[in-house]
Each structure stands twice: as structure tokens, then as C-alpha cells.
Design a protein around this ligand. Sequence first.
Ligand SMILES: NC(=O)c1ccc[n+]([C@@H]2O[C@H](COP(=O)([O-])OP(=O)(O)OC[C@H]3O[C@@H](n4cnc5c(N)ncnc54)[C@H](O)[C@@H]3O)[C@@H](O)[C@H]2O)c1
Ligand SMILES: C[C@@H](CO)CCC[C@@H](C)[C@H]1CC[C@H]2[C@@H]3[C@H](O)C=C4C[C@@H](O)CC[C@]4(C)[C@H]3CC[C@]12C
Length: 366
Amino acid sequence: MAESAEAPKLVYLVTGGCGFLGEHVVRMLLEQEPRLRELRVFDLHLSSWLEELKTGPVQVTPIQGDVTQAHQVAAAVSGAHVVIHTAGLVDVFGRASPETIYKVNVQGTQNVIEACVQTGTRFLVYTSSMEVVGPNVKGQPFYRGNEDTPYEALHKHPYPQSKAQAERLVLQANGRKVQGGLPLVTCALRPTGIYGEGHQIMRDFYLQGLRLGSRLFRAIPASVEHGRVYVGNVAWMHVLVARELEPRAELMGGQVYFCYDKSPYKSYEDFNMEFLGPCGLRLVGTRPLLPYWLLMLLATLNALLQWLLRPLLLYAPLLNPYTLAIANTTFTVSTNKAQRHFGYEPLFSWEDSRTRTILWVQGSTQ
Ligand SMILES: NC(=O)c1ccc[n+]([C@@H]2O[C@H](COP(=O)([O-])OP(=O)(O)OC[C@H]3O[C@@H](n4cnc5c(N)ncnc54)[C@H](O)[C@@H]3O)[C@@H](O)[C@H]2O)c1
Ligand SMILES: C[C@@H](CO)CCC[C@@H](C)[C@H]1CC[C@H]2[C@@H]3[C@H](O)C=C4C[C@@H](O)CC[C@]4(C)[C@H]3CC[C@]12C
């Protein structure tokens, strides 16, 4: 990947490139990576917006495929210089079985690693998650911690378990010899809760607020901090890591980086109100309207209903014991590791991130 003034020659592959984060990574690469010749976008479901990207100077190649199918992954990876693996099953609501979550997140990641090794691709960037660390099952707070902060990463839920296992696989693969004899260089990015254009849960809260007479009711104490990061900055971190992995392989190989920016530290609900407020909603209550034990009872009832109804229909509300526990446990990061290791500075200020998100929420329901 040596720097050159010649014609662009790099081939990148983005798995999950049609997802919420994946779309931003794809667009950011096209804007910010001048050395790109071809961009392969691999996803289970290809989006129609890919068509509009085909007219630009970079060859955009949509590949409909499944990361659980090793041969499909190997075919997509073959000849790529860099793989950005964002594909994953993001499910904390009980929509998919634990087996399916494991298959996509863990087996899918193993397939990506093996494909790199077999085909000689040397640089792999993995989208991990804050959830590989916490909140843990003990509900211990992680207050403005960094990549080296001691914390017991104990999980029972299949999503964080699968992300943690996949991250381990990626980091252990650093240094493995790929086809041709050179070492694989890997690293993992751990976003906190991502927000921005395309964030469906934000949209769901907006629609719920509209249905409730332009109100939402506070359920989480304002003092519980929940880490959030703007999708454009997460995408920018992926682009920078992909670019710097070769020249800084010694330093960055096998490393993890939290994704961060200047988004303020707030509770999950107060943070959402930064966008939903200007869209006309208000958050009722300075304290949770229902006590925690009652919310936990409702969340447990939801889980029970989900189980009972499963043979008939999929009942997967936002509130369940796991999501309540995450929202109720402080988890925020404060670090500059990405800045020290590869010169990351957020591309979007908090004001920009906020404005872009508000405009998206306003436009998303019309
Ligand atoms: N959304 C967040 O707040 C957040 C926070 C931290 C980490 N992450 C991680 O970021 C990544 C992207 O998350 P997202 O929020 O954009 O989710 P998303 O569901 O919007 O995107 C995931 C994409 O992966 C694709 N995909 C799923 N299964 C696949 C398979 N078997 N084969 C190929 N493609 C498949 C989906 O079609 C989708 O386009 C995930 O790995 C997730 O764990 C997300
Ligand atoms: C109790 C409700 C009252 O309003 C609020 C429930 C909110 C939850 C649905 C969300 C609270 C925290 C979110 C998660 C967090 O931001 C980090 C995540 C990591 C990422 O890898 C996947 C998404 C998520 C698990 C995210 C999902 C939604 C929440 C649980």
C-alpha cells in the first residue's frame, strides 16, 4: 500500500456495507481515500443507493453474499488489499436465536480471517463494540474509562458474547502468515452507542413520542452516563485505521480502539433529546416516572411474552431485562489512544453531528 502519485490502485472490501454504519464507511471511503481503485460492498441485502455510486471514478462492486458462507467470503476477499468487516447481527431484542447470532458474528468473522489468510489479504479492520467490555452482568459502572481500564468483562447475553469472541479471533489472527508469506495485520474498533443518519432506534423513539402526544416518559435516571458516538466519526476512524495499518503495522497490529468524539456525556434518554427535542418532543419527568423494580418487572414480562408468543409471532419490544440493564448502567469512554496511534481527530464537531442527526430524524418520517 505504498503512497504514490500514480493512478489509484487499492481494492477495499466492506462487509455489511449496506448497514447503518457500513453505508457511512462506504461513502466516507469514496470521499476520503484517493488511492481507491475498487470498492467492494458485500452484504446479505444490497441497497438501491449503491446504484448512484456507480457513476463515480471508483469502481463500486456490489456483492450479495453471506459471511457465514466461507466460499462466498473468500471470493469477495480475493484480490482485496484491505477488508473492513462491519457485517454483524446486531440483536439485543431477541429477534434472532443465539445460534444465529453466533453463526453470523463469530463464524462469519472466522470466515473473513481465513479468507484473508488464503487469498493473501494483509489488512483487516474489525468493527467490534463497547459491549465486548461492558456493561457487565454485575452492572458495574465504567466511568470515562479507556482501553486499559481494568473491568470485569462478564457477559451472558449472546450479542456481547459473540462480539467478544469475534474480537478475540481477530486480534489473535494478527501476525498470521497470509498466502505469500507476509503477516496479517488486524485491529478492532469499539464504538459505543452509534447515532446519526440512519439510526433506526432513534427513529423508533421519535415515532413512539409522536404517538404519545409528542412526549416521552423518563425511565432512566439522568445521572447514568451512556457513551455515544456520531456515525460519521466512527466511519472516519475506520477509514483512517485502514489507511494507517500498513505504515504503522508494528504499533497498531493487534490493538483495540474505542471510537470516540466530542459528543457530550449524558444519559441515553437525555442524549436522544438533543435530537428529539428540536423535532418537537419533550421528555416528561426529571426523575424516572416508574421505580426501577417496576420497570424490571415490565421488562421481564416482555421477555416472558416473547417466549410464550414465539411459536405464533415475533414479539421483540425495545424494553427487556438486558436493554434495561444496559441503559441503566454507566458506560462511557475517555481516551486519546486513536489520536496517539494514528492521528485521529473527529471529522465532525458535536454541533455538526447534532444538526445532521436532527435533519435526518425530521426527514425520516416524511
Ligand atoms: N449500532 C451501534 O450502536 C453499534 C455500536 C457498536 C458496534 N456496532 C457494530 O457495528 C457493526 C454494524 O452495525 P450496524 O448498527 O450498522 O448494524 P446494521 O444491522 O445496520 O448493519 C449490519 C449489516 O450487516 C449485514 N449482515 C448481517 N448479517 C449478514 C451476513 N450473514 N452476511 C452478510 N452481511 C450481513 C446486514 O444486512 C447489515 O447491512 C456491527 O458489527 C455491530 O456489532 C454497532
Ligand atoms: C428503558 C428504555 C426507556 O426509554 C430505553 C431502552 C434503550 C435501549 C433500547 C438502548 C439503550 C442502550 C442501547 C445499546 C447501546 O447504545 C450500545 C449498543 C452496542 C452496539 O454494539 C449494538 C447496539 C447497542 C446494544 C444499543 C442497543 C439499544 C440500547 C440497548
